[in-house]
Structures are given as C-alpha cells and as structure tokens.
Design a protein around this ligand. Structure first.
Ligand SMILES: C[S@@+](CC[C@H](N)C(=O)[O-])C[C@H]1O[C@@H](n2cnc3c(N)ncnc32)[C@H](O)[C@@H]1O
Ligand code: SF4
Length: 445
C-alpha cells in the first residue's frame, strides 16, 4: 500500500467538472452564447437549480480553499443582496417563462454571516419570481460559530430542510492552528436545534490531512459523529494549494502528514464511520442508509457537481454571486471573483462572467465517463472513445489492481476507490494534450 500511495500521490484534479477549470476555453464563451445554452435547456421543462454564493466571513481560516471576502462590516450585506437580485433579474429577463425551482444551495464564504432578515429578503424576492417544485431540496452551509436559532428557524420557514455544518476537526489545538474559532458545544447546538426544528438531513464537513492532525484527532472527531449522528458526512482530503490560497502559507509543509500517514487518517476515519453505520458514497462522502444520498447511489442516480455529490441532477444550474458557477451540461460559466468586480459588472447591466467553456462532443463524452466513474465506479465504452490511448494510460492502475477492464468498459475495484482521481485522469484528454508545467492541482492522496 505504501508504494501505491507514494506512486499515486501526484497532482490530480478533483473532477467537480470536466473539462477542469484550468482547461476551459473562455475565449469561446460570450454572454450571448452562455445565455443561449441556458435558454435552450430551460425551454425543455423550465426546471432549474440555483446556487447562491455568499462570500463574507468574519475571520480567515488558514486552511480555506474557498472563495471568500474577509470582513466584519455587516453593512456590506444589503448592497451584495441587491447585486445578487439584479443578477437574477438579468437571467429572468432572458428566460422565456417562469422557472420551476428544484434545488437551492446557499454556499460561501459564510451564508450565516448574513442576518436572517437579509437572507429572508433575498430569498423571498427570488421565490416571488419562481414556482417551487413540489419535490425540492434547499440547503445551506452553516458555520457553527455564526449560526443562530433564528437563522435555522427563518430558513426552515423558507423551505430549507438540509443543513451542512463545517466541523472539520474537533481538537482545540488543530482548530487553533487552522484559526477556526468554534467549539464542540456550538456544533452540538446547531445540530440539535436543526433537528428539533425539523430539518431532515444534517451534513458534517470533516477534513483529514490538516497540519499536525494525527489518528487521535480523527478518533475524537468520529466520537462526536457517533454522538450526534449526522445523516451525511463529507470527509475531505485537505487540499494544499498555497500558490492559490495565501492563508495556507501560515503553516509549513513539514507540519502536514506525509501521504502514507494522511491515507492512514482517511482509512481510520472510514473504518470508524462504517462501524457507526455509514456507507461510503462516491469519493470522500458517507451517508446513513436512510439518507437520500445513499439511496441515490444505490439506484445509480448519484450526481457530482461543483458542490460535491448530490442525489438530484437538474440539467440547468444557475450560479449567482461572486465566483458562482452555472452549468447547462453543455456549457459552464463562472462569475467574477471579487465583490467589487462582481458588483460593478452587475451595476453596469452585464452578466458578471469571468470565464466559461462550451463543451465539444468529445468533452461531453469524457464528462459522462468521469461522472460514471466518480458516481458509479464503472463506465461503458462509447463509440469514438480513444480506447487504446485510455488503456495505455491505465496500464499501471490495471497492474496495481485499481481497475478491471471488461469487454464493455472499465470498473473500479475496491482498492481503486481510494485512487478515483488518478483513474479519471486516464480519460482526461485535455490534461494529456497539455500537461501543466507549474503547480495547478492539489495532490491526489
Ligand atoms: C465553502 S466551505 C464553506 C463552509 C463555511 N464557510 C464554513 O467554514 O463552515 C465548504 C467546505 O469546504 C471544505 N474546505 C475548505 N477548504 C478546504 C481545503 N483546503 N481542503 C479540503 N477541504 C476544504 C471545508 O470542509 C468546508 O466546510
Ligand atoms: S472555511 Fe468557511 S469560514 Fe473559514 S474562511 Fe473559508 S469560507 Fe470562511
């Protein structure tokens, strides 16, 4: 195992999209072109999923890989909400009909930085312009130190039934190193209050591979999981990308567990979760049997997008707010990243696009293969696949027992599940056509 970990601990995309963002051909994507892809999918059945990025955080957690704006100035909330509503209006003006909202996710940054009244104002304004699908999934990311009972009540009243709590680790020393100011009591409070209000799915975000993290820390974190029994767990591999995220320069690479120790943290966590009754779903996610995530994996319906794994797939997804990504399956578009750039573009009446990509027929085929591997652990050959090239890239994973090749396609073995990112890379034609010369992706293990 040690040699496998060393061999496959190479930089690899996390494949929340294909093509991966560094390979997008943004020159080909104009505002008109993006809109035409959105409208084409919308015309099929008016269903859409909305992602709203709420970027503000009061304090910087040094490990953070997300797009955020650190501030304690809450006067920024209102102008930001007005910009999000103005961006939404631009989409409404272009859509030929009233949308049916199936999915809504508030991500960040810290959505609970916003006062509940402001969240209500934002959401009620959006709800006034859409029909809400009878079966809908509304969820939000809750920071344990800023989520109040009022947040939970207001969002429940507005239809939210899923909450994702950023736990990461429970040890005080680790939390101090990553400068994350929260307590176990706050995690307990948010979990228990959400349950008593009626939320039916609670997710914990956990991370392995943080600086100074050892097996004892994982045991303690899983003890909390055992006590509170969240319905889902995202157990993320710490992505160390200090060339992209300045905050991560606060700690030395020597403080991070080496690849073998890091994988041991994952294996320990996985075993403890399985003992607690969780099933692994896709890559780095776990779910109780009754939760929709496990059920969708069992039925082959699991989907993966920029937020990770989801039990529902809505072909049209619109992203609002800084850095938010929209996805029509045939095209991606990402918004400008800073609050000032974003608000200025919206004020000028432009869709605040930073970059995007229109998928070619080959991209679409590869995207489906990667989704199949990430969500169902197997994929079937399709006409037009460069089978010989893919098989040549899979030569070592085959020898190492990570994948099995059958007449109809490629199957990931139990051992291979721990190396999904490496296996998907064999299909990633754009990566191999132009292997990055500098540091772009975090390491696979
Ligand atoms: C967009 S963040 C927002 C959550 C919210 N701001 C909070 O901190 O509670 C979502 C999740 O991404 C994960 N995350 C952030 N930075 C990461 C990194 N460098 N490596 C792995 N996971 C990371 C964390 O688990 C975090 O809860
Ligand atoms: S982890 Fe969450 S709270 Fe911390 S800086 Fe990142 S987005 Fe903000």
């Amino acid at each position: 195992m040690q040699s496998l970990l060393e061999k496959y601990d190479t930089p690899a995309p996390r494949y929340t999209s294909y093509p991966t963002v560094p390979y997008w051909e943004s020159d080909h994507l104009t505002e008109a072109e993006w809109t035409s892809h959105v409208v084409k999918v919308f015309e099929r059945d008016r269903h859409l999923s909305l992602y709203i990025h709420l970027p503000f955080c009061e304090k910087l957690c040094t490990y953070c890989g997300c797009n955020k704006h650190i501030t304690t100035n809450h006067a920024l909330e209102s102008p930001y909400i007005q910009a999000v509503l103005a961006e939404w209006k631009m989409y409404l003006d272009r859509l030929p009909g009233r949308p049916i909202l199936t999915e809504l996710h508030l991500g960040g940054g810290t959505p609970t930085f916003f006062h509940p009244d402001n969240l209500r104002q934002l959401l009620e304004a959006i709800f006034a312009t859409v029909d809400i699908a009878p079966e809908h999934e509304f969820s939000f990311e809750a920071h344990p130190s800023s989520t109040t009972e009022l947040h939970l009540e207001v969002l429940y009243e507005l239809g939210f039934r899923r909450i994702s709590i950023g736990v990461q680790d429970v040890d005080e020393q680790i939390l101090r190193v990553i400068r994350r100011y929260q307590t176990i009591e706050q995690v307990e409070f948010v979990t228990q209050t959400a349950r008593s209000i009626g939320y039916d799915s609670v997710n914990f975000d956990l991370i392995y591979g943080l600086p100074f993290q050892n097996q004892q820390h994982i045991v303690r974190t899983m003890e909390l999981v055992g006590n509170l029994k969240p319905d889902r767990i995202a157990f993320y591999s710490y992505a160390h990308v200090p060339w992209l995220k300045n905050g991560q320069r606060a700690f030395d690479e020597n403080d991070l567990p080496n690849p073998v120790d890091k994988r041991a943290l994952y294996e320990l966590g996985k075993n403890l979760l399985e003992t607690l009754g969780y099933y692994d779903v896709g890559m780095d996610h776990f779910s109780l049997e009754k939760d929709a995530l496990f059920q969708s994996a069992k039925n082959g319906q699991l989907h993966r997008n920029f937020m990770g794994y989801t039990p529902v797939f809505t072909p049209l997804s619109i992203g609002l707010g800084t850095s938010a990504i929209g996805d029509t399956f045939s095209a991606f578009a990402q918004n400008l990243k800073t609050v000032a750039e974003y608000q200025n573009a919206v004020a000028a009446g432009q869709l605040p696009l930073l970059r995007g990509h229109i998928l070619t027929a080959e991209d679409l085929n590869i995207r489906q293969h990667i989704l199949n591997l990430m969500c169902r652990y197997h994929t079937n050959w399709q006409p037009g696949d460069q089978r010989d090239v893919i098989l040549a890239r899979l030569a070592e994973p085959i020898l190492d027992g990570l994948v099995e090749i059958g007449p109809s396609g490629v199957r990931v073995t139990e051992l291979g599940k721990g190396f999904l990112r490496n296996i998907c890379m064999a299909f990633d034609a754009r990566y191999w056509a132009k292997v990055p010369s500098g540091r772009v992706f975090s390491k696979a293990v």
